[in-house]
Design a protein around this ligand. Structure first.
Ligand code: ADP
Ligand code: BMX
Ligand code: MG
Ligand code: CA
Length: 343
């Protein structure tokens, strides 16, 4: 048998040619500063070209405009300083934020009560001036869908949507490989799809929005309500009720046989599922990607509602859970990595 000795003879060490080495070096060092502003948290990260989060900073999102701007700038400056030691060359800043955003101008046009004092805010000018870097801004759900398109399940997919659950519910829509912003930058505000004429009040001021039924905040509200009535805790719940009550307590209670918690989650899943059926009937994507804190919980029930309630032609549409660690942050980074290197 000649094969084995031959292989051994010609087995060179894996030395790369100079061009591949240059490309590797660029992919490893060229980086973005990414910011994600949600209803609860402010995150900043150094993200390299391949989409790895090199370093991440998490703070509660301050309640006032001044404090928020101060914290964004301070954290970004810290990150720029740290990037030097981490061998990351920052090409620019990408900002993901709740609210309607004009990405051409880098302005947050309007926000719901989820982020106070966050309407008519020019983010590009002060941040670009303070850091001496180019700045891109878009809505957080839109950023999440950009991340799926570049790094996640949406790679190469022509038409798909993402629904991201955090404090609220964000959405992003790719049609013919392009991000849809709409006529007044209000497209893909998927959390504000209405599934009921009445229903719980939403932080947008309206009623019956899927965000008011199924978001982290909505489930937290219901969990607290049950807890206040002493109806949350059941035997077998491994959760510490001394820590702040969240949606996680509600899920744990339901799993341990709490029928009231189960009813709340059933309603939330139905609302989200029916909302997603509406999306399928408007844009007919080939894929729905769920992400955020509740994605694993919602994946199966949403798929079931689609089977039960969608038109036959839309029933086979796949619902996947995102495999990205931080879609909104990664999407913010992708704006920098794609646009800063475009010639
Ligand atoms: P945002 O982008 O809105 O700031 P995050 O994505 O950081 O939000 O998620 C925060 C929300 O998720 C809060 O509403 C919080 O109560 C909820 N949450 C936190 N941990 C969990 C968990 N383990 N399971 C479900 N919800 C959670
Ligand atoms: C709200 C709305 C959306 C946002 C969504 C998810 C504001 C400030 N926010 O529906 O623009 O995409 O929340 O945000 O108007 P998150 O806080 O859950 O990350
Ligand atoms: Mg968020
Ligand atoms: Ca959106």
């Amino acid at each position: 048998d000649l094969e084995e000795p031959l292989q051994k003879t010609f087995c060179f060490p894996p030395v790369k040619d100079p061009i591949s080495q240059d490309i590797d070096h660029i992919l490893e060092t060229q980086s973005a500063l990414a910011v994600d502003l949600g209803g609860t948290n402010l995150r900043v990260a150094i993200v390299c070209m391949r989409g790895n989060i090199v370093k991440k900073y998490t703070e509660p999102n301050p309640k006032t405009f001044e404090e928020r701007m101060r914290l964004i700038l301070k954290t970004c400056k810290d990150a720029v300083r740290d990037a030097v030691h981490l061998n990351c060359r920052i090409l620019g800043v990408g900002i993901s934020t709740g609210g309607r955003v004009n990405p051409q101008e880098g302005i947050v046009l309007h926000s719901t009560k989820l982020i106070h004092e966050w309407s008519s805010v020019d983010l590009r000018t002060p941040i670009s001036d303070a850091l001496g870097l180019p700045v891109w801004v878009d809505n957080d759900g839109n950023c999440a869908v950009l991340a799926e398109k570049k790094f996640g399940h949406g790679r190469g997919v022509e038409n798909f949507v993402t629904v991201i659950t955090g404090t609220g519910i964000g959405g992003g829509l790719i049609h013919n490989h392009e991000l849809i912003h709409g006529s007044t930058f209000c497209a893909a505000e998927l959390g504000h799809i209405k599934v009921s004429l009445e229903g719980p009040e939403c932080s947008c001021g309206s009623q019956g929005c899927i965000e008011a039924f199924a978001s982290g905040m909505a489930l937290q509200r219901e969990a607290k309500r049950l807890h206040d009535e002493d109806l949350l805790k059941v035997e077998g719940m491994d959760m510490n009720l001394a820590e702040p009550i969240t949606a996680a307590h509600l899920i744990s209670a339901a799993r341990n046989g709490n029928s009231k918690a189960n009813a709340v989650l059933h309603k939330a899943s139905m609302a989200l599922g029916v909302g997603i059926v509406n999306i399928l009937h408007i844009v007919n994507p080939s894929l729905v990607i769920l992400s955020g804190v509740l994605a694993s919980y919602y994946q199966a029930p949403v798929q079931d509602v689609i089977k039960e309630r969608a038109l036959v032609s839309a029933q086979s549409i796949k619902v996947l859970k995102s495999d990205l660690e931080e879609p909104a942050l990664l999407g913010a980074a992708s704006m920098v990595l794609d646009y800063a290197t475009r010639r």
